[in-house]
Ligand binder design. Sequence first.
Ligand code: FES
Length: 580
Amino acid sequence: MSNDPIYSATKKLRSRDWFEPLTAWGMCHRGWLRAEGYAEENFEGKPVIGICNSWSELTNCNSNLRTIAEAVKRGVWQAVGFPLEFPTISLGEPYMKPTTMLFRNLMAMDVEESIDSNPLDAVVLLAGCDKTVPAQILGALSANVPALMITSGPMLGSNMRGKELGSGHDLFDYINDYKAGKMTRQQISDIEGCIARSTGHCMVMGTASTMACLVEALGFTLPFGASIPGPDARRLQLAERAGRRAVEMAKQDIRPRQIITPKAIENAIRALHAIGGSTNAIIHLVAFARRLGFDLPLEHFDRLGKDTPFLVSMMPNGPKFVMEDFHGAGGMPAVLKELAPMLHGDALTVTGETISQWTAKAQPSWNREVIYPANRPIEPHGAVVTLRGSLAPGGAAIKRSAASKHLLKHRGPAFVFENYHAMLDQLTDLNLPITKDHVIVLRNAGLVGAPGMPEWGVFAVPLKLHQQGVHDLVRISDARISGTSHGTIAVHVAPEAAVGGPIGLVKTGDLIELDVENRRLDLLVDPAELERRKKDFRPPPSRERGYKKLFVERVLQANEGADFDFLVPPKLEPFPQSLG
Ligand code: FES
């Protein structure tokens, strides 16, 4: 056992319960580690640092995490710790059907139990693709063993024939153009060849970039953790530093619940508004708060959004710029510096410093076309808006910054699609009786209905309208949208249709009103008539088995974070809001 005073001055490491006792089990724990080829002096008395790796060849955006794990290990060895890498289930956005959201809670449970049940003193979490980040955070919050996160980093930007391509951005428009004969098969193939040009996660301000930025705003990674591109050597250097830092965090016993607090969550909500981030982040931040035992109402996002300036111009909110440009402009340190007066500066970060110590050291933006100053913002208020009304009594969300300004207040007749697949069949029908004034309602696409709440809320403008030059119309659903989506799209309508929400009662021709300014989403139908329709509601029969059966039976609604009821404390406290 080491006599190094640095260890004796600190709290007992939890791994010592496994490796210290002179018992049969102690022999087993030491012996089986030696079976991997590690001599005893490798781990004797040293902090054991888990590297929780969501690498998978089925998760394209995390495909560089093996290389990153090696860099983390170098850092751990340098700081005289002992690294042990382990896998969990991984969630790859492009391939998993119907949606990775169906499995976020499964991965969170895997992460929690892998950390909690093993001899780990601290963990470096490696994630990247959309749901892998919140899943690891949820797991780490519940395990509450010292941890920090390194993400895979954004892909490199891409340019084809003078046009900047964003990963995932404009795909529906390209395919509509192809169907309309405006693009060739070869042009589609050329775009496929470079739209996701390197390792790393999607490089527009989609869900992965948003969550990476929020991890930095939460203080749960190292500065610039969100924006250094995936293939950039500086990401490996960052990972090495994270390995060293994890060893220190193990000794200092700095735990996730000391970092991700209500104050840090408010900082992250401010950051979400400032970067024009994905609506998906609302669900995940609510889930983080609820794991901590706090009920975070959707209205709080709005309260904080009212005076949080929208600062970052990137696709899909702007016509150009991707994460590489954002990094060059100063990344999250520059954004947090602009927001500093409205942040909780005393929020602790994984470096052991406070957020205000970070922002004091940060440089202002190098490129004001990408990161605007707070006194001359793109918009004086936040980019993401939550809605309520008779169509969404539990709430809904819309990304104002990606919507068409002329549709932010709109009243029009509903055009209802009963489910996603039926809708897809009809969107290309040139005889569809739909006009640009219609409000498309897609239902049975929520957490229970789909199940898993896929990103079905964004879909192509009906081909008939596309051919008339219509590029946007109001679309409403109980689904989610990808953060790369753009258009006037209200999502997360709660309660969803499958559990009896009003969205399930809408009939084609009913009037719907969207009023973003007043945060309203209303179904303009006589309440007595809605009561009559409600009597006919029958929940759809569940055809699920296994994990999916557990999911539909125990998942909470979107406004409750879409977590499992049994993973949240039974009694929640009101969220300690700093604003009225
Ligand atoms: Fe993985 Fe976009 S598909 S981050």
